[in-house]
Design a protein around this ligand. Structure first.
Ligand code: SF4
Ligand code: SF4
Length: 153
């Protein structure tokens, strides 16, 4: 479900531009409002939808999500600690789905440049970059190398 912007709600703050991992949210140079330059390249991550302070970004739902003619809104309400999805069907029926926010506060995730460069030995580790710190655990459970051979003929 790619996103689109309601230009009358957008104030051109640029949060969606900064957060979009696909780099497809741009500010129109004439109107100073955001728009999705290539919906086909949208990851459908909804980071922009949740980050927009003006609630100016909506999603275009596919037919396998809800029958055509519906509209869908995702709303991140930090004060309530919730993400809610509102679907309005073409017959006017509305359904709301509310879940708790499980993301970390804006700006609280350190960028890769804040970490020390990995050592050559890190290439032999089973851990991904910045694990286990990024998972807030002291250590990850690791498989002893001899167990990798279990089950092989
Ligand atoms: Fe970019 Fe994700 Fe928004 Fe798509 S949903 S425009 S990929 S931030
Ligand atoms: Fe416009 Fe919202 Fe993007 Fe800000 S985050 S530029 S208000 S669409």
């Amino acid at each position: 479900m790619p996103t689109f912007v309601y230009m009358t709600r957008c104030d051109g703050c640029g949060y969606c531009v900064d957060i979009c991992p696909s780099d497809i949210m741009h500010i129109d140079k004439t109107y100073r409002r955001a728009y999705n330059i290539e919906p086909n390249m949208c990851w459908e991550c909804y980071s922009c939808v949740k980050a927009c302070p003006q609630h100016a970004i909506d999603c275009r739902g596919y037919a396998d999500f809800a029958p055509m003619g519906h509209s869908v809104r995702a709303l991140r309400e930090e004060e309530k600690g919730t993400i809610s999805w509102k679907i309005k069907f073409r017959d006017g029926e509305e359904k709301d789905f509310v879940s708790p926010i499980r993301t970390t506060p804006w700006g609280s995730i350190p960028p890769p440049t804040d970490y020390a460069a990995p050592s050559a030995d890190a290439m032999k580790s089973q851990e991904l970059a910045h694990e286990p710190d990024a998972l807030n655990v002291d250590a990850l459970p690791a498989m002893p190398p001899e167990r990798f051979k279990e089950g092989l003929l």
